[in-house]
Design a protein around this ligand. Structure first.
Ligand code: FAD
Length: 476
C-alpha cells in the first residue's frame, strides 16, 4: 500500500531548465497538479551557463567592436578600455534580471509544487527525491545535458574551462585556446577576441561544420578579420601544462605541432544527462547518445516522456520549448502530434549571425529530384548599405513548384530575419506567400522578398505571359 505521504500529481517533471519549466508552467496554467524537481539552479543551462550569459557577453563584445569601427561613419575609432570585472558583472546582472522568472518562488506562485533535490526513478511508476515518493500519472524527463569532454591524454592534468566555468572568469584570458569550432566555440571565441584576448579556435573538421559552408564562410572570414586564429582539420593529440598556461600538441596537415595559450576552453559538444535518473529501474531505454524517444517524445516506458537536450537531438532552448508544447498537448488533451525537426530554426550568434530553417541545399538535393535555389546578397539591400554591414546573404530553397523547403541567412540579425521562413516551412507555404507581403523600407527583411521574387523572374520572360499582356492591352 502506498505511504500516505506519497505525492500523486498528474505530472512530475524532472529538471527545471527550458523544457521542464515550460511543461510545468503550461500544466499549472490549466490547473493541473504538477511537481517540478530540480537538483541544481532553476533555469538550467540556458539561464545560468548557456544562452543568456553567452549572449550578454556577446553584447558587451559588440559594444567594444563598435568603438573600433566608426571610421566609415566619420567617427574616429578608439581602442576601448575594457574593465573585464565590470563586463562579467554585466553578464551576472543579466542573469539576475531574468532569474526571478524561473525562480522557485514564481513557480510556486503559479501553483507548481517545486522540490529541490535529485530525482531518481525507483520503479516504472515512481520517482523518489530526498525520501519523498512521487507517483504521477505521467512523467516528463527534461534533464538536459552537460559539456562533453573528449578523452584527450593530459586533459585531466590541466585546468580547463567549459561553458559551466567560463562565465566565472575573474580576469580576461591573455590567450584563450578553444577546442571546438561549433556554435559555442565560435560565439565565445569572437566575443573574447573583441574583448581583448588573443584567441585560437581548433577543430578536427571545418569550422561551423554543421552549417551550409556558403553561409559559414562569411562568419569565418569575419572571425579572421577580427584577428581570431582558426585551425581547422587538426586533432589535439595531447594536452600539457606549460609555463603560465596550457600547451596543445596537435596533429594536422603539417604533422605534429604545438600551440600554447594561457587558458583552455573545451567546447566539443554536449552530453545528454542520462546518469543518476534511475532509468533502468523505470525500463527507459537510453544510451550515451541520449534517452530514446519515439516521434511523439514517448520513452520505452509509456508513462514517461523525455524532452530537450536529454534526448540528444536538437540542443536548443526553443527546441526544448517546442517539445514541451507537444507533450503538454499529448498529456492534457490526448492530442498526439509528431515532432518535426524541419520546423525548428537554428541560429549562431556570431557576427555576422547565421540562421537557418528546414532543409539545407545539400539535404534538399539528397531528398528531392528538382529544387530551386534563390539568393539575395546583403550588399544589394539599402539598409545594410546605410549601416555599412553588407557581409551576408539569404539563400532560399524550394521545390520546382515553389514550395519552400528551407532557408538560410547570414548577416546582421539573421536570427530575427529567419522568422517568416520558419512560418513558410512550418506551413509548407509557397514562395508567393512571401512575395505577396509588403515589407517596410528600408529594412534588412526585404532580402526575403527579393530572394522569393527571384523564383518568378524566369517566368516573366515567358512568351505565354507576354501574349496575355499583349492581349489585355487591346482593352485600353
Ligand atoms: P537544461 O536547461 O540543461 O535543464 C536541465 C535541468 O535538469 C538542469 O537544471 C539539471 O540540473 C536538471 N536535472 C538533471 N538531472 C536531474 C535529476 N536527476 N533531478 C533533478 N534535476 C535534474 N540554445 C538556444 O536556443 N539559443 C542559444 O543562444 C543557446 N546558446 C547556448 C550557449 C551555450 C554556451 C550553451 C552551453 C548552450 C546554449 N544553448 C542555446 C542550448 C540551450 O542552453 C539548451 O538547449 C537548453 O538549455 C536545453 O534545455 P533543457 O531543458 O533540455 O535542459
Amino acid at each position: 500500500m502506498a505511504a500516505t505521504s506519497d505525492l500523486k500529481p498528474d505530472i512530475c517533471v524532472i529538471g527545471a531548465g527550458s523544457g521542464g519549466l515550460s511543461v510545468a508552467a503550461g500544466a499549472a496554467a490549466f490547473g493541473v497538479p504538477v511537481v517540478l524537481i530540480e537538483k541544481g539552479l532553476m533555469g538550467g543551462d540556458c539561464l545560468n551557463y548557456g544562452c543568456v550569459p553567452s549572449k550578454a557577453l556577446i553584447a558587451a563584445a559588440s559594444h567594444a567592436e563598435a568603438m573600433r569601427s566608426g571610421m566609415p561613419f566619420g567617427i574616429k575609432p578608439v581602442e576601448p578600455d575594457i574593465d573585464f570585472t565590470k563586463v562579467m558583472a554585466h553578464v551576472k546582472g543579466v542573469i539576475g534580471h531574468i532569474a526571478p522568472l524561473d525562480s522557485v518562488e514564481r513557480f510556486r506562485g503559479l501553483g507548481v509544487s517545486v522540490i529541490q533535490g535529485t530525482a531518481e526513478f525507483v520503479d516504472k511508476n515512481t520517482v523518489e527525491v530526498g525520501g519523498q515518493k512521487i507517483r504521477a500519472r505521467r512523467f516528463v524527463i527534461a534533464s538536459g545535458s552537460t559539456p562533453f569532454v573528449p578523452p584527450v591524454p593530459g586533459l585531466d592534468n590541466v585546468a580547463y574551462l567549459t561553458n559551466e566555468t567560463v562565465f566565472e572568469l575573474k580576469r580576461l584570458p591573455r590567450h584563450l585556446l578553444i577546442v571546438g569550432g561549433g556554435p559555442i566555440g565560435i560565439e565565445l571565441g569572437q566575443a573574447f577576441r573583441r574583448l581583448g584576448s588573443e584567441v585560437t579556435i581548433l577543430d578536427a573538421g571545418p569550422m561551423l561544420g554543421r552549417e551550409d559552408p556558403e553561409l559559414a564562410g562569411f562568419a569565418t572570414t569575419a572571425l579572421l578579420e577580427d584577428g581570431v586564429t582558426l585551425r581547422d582539420h587538426v586533432t589535439v593529440d595531447r594536452v600539457e601544462r606549460a609555463r603560465n598556461g596550457v600547451r596543445l600538441v596537435l596533429n594536422g596537415a603539417n604533422g605534429e605541432e604545438m600551440v600554447t595559450g594561457s587558458h583552455l576552453l573545451v567546447a566539443t559538444g554536449r552530453k545528454p544527462t542520462v546518469e543518476g535518473l534511475g532509468l533502468e529501474a523505470a525500463g527507459i531505454k537510453h544510451s550515451a547518445r541520449g534517452i530514446e524517444v519515439n516521434d511523439k517524445l514517448k520513452t520505452s516506458n509509456p508513462r514517461v516522456f523525455a524532452i530537450g537536450d536529454c534526448i540528444g537531438d536538437l540542443q536548443f532552448t526553443h527546441a526544448a520549448n517546442y517539445h514541451a508544447g507537444l507533450v503538454l498537448r499529448a498529456i492534457l488533451f490526448r492530442m498526439t502530434a509528431k515532432r518535426d525537426n524541419s520546423v525548428v530554426p537554428r541560429a549562431t550568434y556570431c557576427d555576422p549571425e547565421i540562421a537557418a530553417v528546414g532543409l539545407s541545399e545539400e539535404e534538399a538535393c539528397r531528398r528531392h529530384d528538382d529544387i530551386r535555389i534563390m539568393r539575395w546578397p546583403l550588399v544589394e539591400n539599402d539598409r545594410a548599405q546605410a549601416e555599412r554591414d553588407t557581409a551576408g546573404l539569404i539563400k532560399v530553397i524550394s521545390t520546382k513548384k515553389g514550395v519552400v523547403l528551407g532557408a538560410g541567412i547570414v548577416g546582421p540579425h539573421a536570427g530575427e530575419l529567419i522568422h517568416p521562413w520558419t512560418l513558410a516551412v512550418t506551413r509548407k507555404m509557397k514562395l508567393n506567400a512571401i512575395t505577396g507581403l509588403v515589407f517596410p523600407y528600408p529594412t534588412l527583411g526585404e532580402i526575403s522578398k527579393r530572394a522569393a521574387v527571384n523564383y518568378y523572374l524566369p517566368s516573366l520572360a515567358s512568351p505565354w505571359l507576354r501574349r496575355i499582356i499583349g492581349w489585355l492591352r487591346r482593352f485600353g
